[in-house]
Design a protein around this ligand. Structure first.
Ligand code: AMP
Length: 408
């Protein structure tokens, strides 16, 4: 079914087409008509399902039909858990709004950077505010904006808002909103706290669930390559050069490893950048923009920094260091194969990490065949665990071991 038949304005359909969206995803098919009718919506959806456009398109359509006032009144508030997500939703929404006959002013705010430019941007008001909860409250405290005119509220990735400790801020924000409004809430999981929030917030919501649909399941090919720890950078270099991987997200265990591996790849003539929590927000935004624009081919990231990275057409994820847990493994490989595209997840496994990888496979019910690459056959053997330690067999590298390995 094409976008036109969802009741969307031709200017929005054109913007979706410009972005390369040919047909609506499952969540868009269900959520867009319901939101256009003014219904509250509860969406069970992961990042990658197309949920941003599912709420942005109808939200923009409703806003475009509201009479404009000067200064602008804030009509829609979108709360997100992380800076990266705020920036991404802002970028996506601006793209979708670009052909609307009456311009919609979209403001984005998040912590970790100076508040002044964000306050300046709010001069003259804004129609839409996309923000992390803490910074939104700071802006309200600075009298840079008020919430009394908001008629649409979106909670995006509600479970992560709670995971990241924003429950109290959320309560304060909800108390500042007018009672009469449309509420949209999206979450990948529904633990008790999220279910209670939904029960209290939403009125007779339309429930939209897409997780289990086979059509939405991304096709991710998983590979495990056996290689000695100290030869991983060389192998990575060879794979990046030989495999025509256009865009690669590499996961490492530490900020230090992120710097070192990126540096070694750069010395080998590959456009690579580190991405971790010690970099300034400006630098992180720049790296992501360069990655998206294909000016950077490889981003070497730590887990924390990689949360919320959403790059369309990210064909390859490499686990240079294995993730600590099976859940992290799923989260990492889920960075690829989004919105129905196929993806490839490559894990480097050494004698020391083989047992750990087996544990991840067991927890996830996987069986990833081990491969070897000619010229990189491992020579290390696992060191048996000292008697009585139990748990995983083989020596797990300590932080120091990993740093040493990365520095080689
Ligand atoms: P999201 O779940 O909103 O993070 O979206 C995941 C990715 O899917 C983003 O890169 C979107 O640009 C892309 N996307 C959203 N809707 C569509 C669509 N209808 N067709 C193709 N790609 C889409």
């Amino acid at each position: 079914m094409p976008f036109q038949s969802l009741g969307l304005d031709p200017a929005l359909v054109r913007a979706a087409t410009d972005k390369g969206y040919v047909a609506p995803t499952a969540i868009q098919l269900e959520a867009i008509p319901a939101i256009l009718q003014g219904r509250d919506v509860l969406g069970a959806a992961q990042t990658g399902s197309g949920k941003t456009a599912a709420f942005s398109l109808p939200l923009l359509q409703r806003l475009a039909r509201e009479p404009r006032q000067s200064p602008r009144r804030l009509l829609a508030l979108i709360l997100v858990p992380t800076r990266e997500l705020a920036a991404q939703v802002g970028e996506s929404m601006r793209g979708l709004a670009q052909h609307l006959p009456v311009p919609v002013k979209i403001a984005v705010a998040f912590g970790g950077v100076s508040i002044n430019p964000q306050m300046m941007a709010l001069r003259g008001g804004a129609d839409v505010m996309i923000a992390t909860p803490g910074r939104l409250l700071d802006l309200i405290d600075h009298r840079a904006l008020r919430l009394s005119t908001v008629s649409m509220l979106v909670l995006d990735e509600a479970d992560r808002l709670f995971d990241l400790g924003f429950a109290e801020e959320l309560g304060r924000i909800l108390a500042l909103l007018p009672k009469q409004r449309q509420n949209l809430m999206f979450s990948a999981t529904f633990p008790q706290a999220i279910q209670s929030l939904a029960d209290g917030l939403l009125r007779d919501p339309v429930r939209v669930e897409v997780q289990s649909e086979a059509a939405e399941e991304p096709a991710i090919l998983q590979r495990a390559i056996e290689v000695d720890a100290e030869r991983r950078t060389q192998l990575l270099r060879q794979l990046v050069k030989d495999s025509a991987w256009t865009r690669v997200l590499v996961f490492v265990a530490t900020k230090h490893a992120s710097e070192i591996v990126a540096d070694k790849l750069r010395k080998a003539g590959i456009e690579a950048e580190p991405f971790h929590g010690l970099l300034s927000q400006g630098k992180r935004t720049q790296v992501l923009a360069d990655f998206k624009a294909s000016r950077v081919q490889v981003v070497v990231a730590t887990d924390l920094a990689a949360r919320g990275i959403d790059v369309a057409q990210l064909p390859v994820v490499v686990n240079y260091d294995l993730p600590r847990s099976a859940v992290d493994y799923v989260h990492r490989i889920g960075r690829t194969g989004r919105a129905g595209e196929s993806g490839l997840a490559v894990s480097f496994v050494s004698a020391a990490t083989e047992a750990h990888f087996r544990l991840i496979e067991k927890r996830q019910g996987l069986n990833v065949p081990r491969e070897r690459v000619a010229g990189f056959e491992p020579v290390e053997t696992a060191v048996p665990a000292p008697a009585g330690t139990g748990g995983i067999k083989g020596k797990r590298p300590s932080k120091k071991d990993k740093l040493r390995a990365a520095a080689r």
